[in-house]
Design a protein around this ligand. Sequence first.
Ligand SMILES: [Zn+2]
Length: 116
Amino acid sequence: MTLRERQSLFVRLVADLIRYGSERGYEFTWGRAYDSPEECERLAEAGKGIRNSLHGDRLAVDLNLFRGGDFLTDSAAYEPLGKYWKSLHPDCRWGGDFIKRKDGNHFSLSCGDGRA
Ligand SMILES: [Zn+2]
């Protein structure tokens, strides 16, 4: 699978995730999606990201989550969506599983190179 094909698979999987959440009473707004190399570098310098982020490969998205009008910011609130996300494809990774800093609103499609 080429990178371009993987990028399109990722978009289709995110559509499935949004549909799944929407049917269960969640609402979404976009957070970060694609980050340029310069933005990845800036975020890494600020301690808010990593240099080789999958956001730079168009293989990660941060979704803002709402329920009943409330903005859900706790990673644990994303867990049902994280579980569903990981069921969609063996390469789906959820930021709520990160060890160093949980990032529940981060959903990505790994390239099999260890990045998430
Ligand atoms: Zn992210």
